[in-house]
Write a protein that binds this ligand. Sequence first.
Ligand SMILES: *Cc1c(COP(=O)(O)O)cnc(C)c1O
Length: 397
Amino acid sequence: MAGAASHTSILAGVLDRLAHVLGPSNGFIPLHVPEFNGAEKELVTKCIDTGWVSSVGSFVDQFERDVAAACGTAHGVAVVNGTAALEVAMQVAGVRPGDEVLMPALTFVATANAAHHLGAVPHFVDSAAETLGIDPVALAKHLRRIGQPSPDGLVNRETGRRISCVVPMHVFGHPVELDELAAVADEFGLVFVEDAAESLGSRYKGRACGSFGRVGAVSFNGNKIVTTGGGGAIVTDDEALARRAKHLSSTAKMPHRWAFDHDEPGYNYRLPNLNAALGVAQMAQLGERLEQKRRLARRYIDGFCGFSGGTIFAEPAGAQSNYWLNALVLAPRITVAARDALLDGLNAAGYMARPVWKLMHRLPFHATFPRAPLPVAEDLERRIINLPSSAMLADRA
Ligand SMILES: *Cc1c(COP(=O)(O)O)cnc(C)c1O
């Protein structure tokens, strides 16, 4: 059967190149594992010794300064995870319940969840094959078709809801076309909030991801480039927004020596000092991680050079990616069945591989949400697989 033969040959081709890039699997190589080879144990122990393990402490302050510095913003506010960071970021940026929030269909579900939990409505838009993130040209075209200016901002003439915000996401750390996207946001009067959860350390035209929107959100989940176990941060240059983010994430409690007073419904989203201690140690290694990740990506790109079954996705022109996860973009003709056979074969051979996220509009609880035509995202969904990307693999073979 021709189909079966081509499944086998693409699997053999990928395995051959993986053995060259990573060496033998010797058991199982996971997609991504964290590395703790700095001052983690020392700082976490120090944190315990101070007794300040919860949501206030000097490690939180230090971590917030480190994250802001890495993102090139004046302020950072540490919270319990990246989803919480995005939710608070959208809220302080002015997203209101009932608003539509533009975001890529090709993202991790957290982007949509954050909007959803605010009472806003995710509105899914298409991606560009060159960046894997929101396509500014397709977005502008879509907004010209469905958008209607009003005194309260842009309104979706098909749903009657206000469209207040656009949330680009830098897929696997690859920056989207931020200048072009900012121009579209300007043209249509949209606030710009960056989902930089995957792109800590990535740069666009020399400037750090996270610093382009009114507010940005980063994640320190266990699988991200550096981790606090679980954690996130809101980053912004706007002091008033940073202060409100911190206030909202700490139950909106009014500062007072002993009285309990809260001026709005807040969240308990503050990052514990214990996690921040881990984070301070991890942030000190961000530069080293970036070098390792970029070295590994270079090996993948070279190792798959000339492969007819697909191409390793390389950073877009003008961008410096953190290469959080390496992606093999399979040749256009690949079918879902052939891709799944490839994934089965790779995992069975001890190289963890997985497909990209199911597109957001295909999740049943998103079925009624508005969306633009999604031809590029639908094509990429079938073609992208992620390959082992731990920083330590850079020097393995
Ligand atoms: C990881 C991630 C988040 C959220 O991060 P958590 O810390 O896991 O809540 C948000 N958006 C994207 C695109 C992510 O990859």
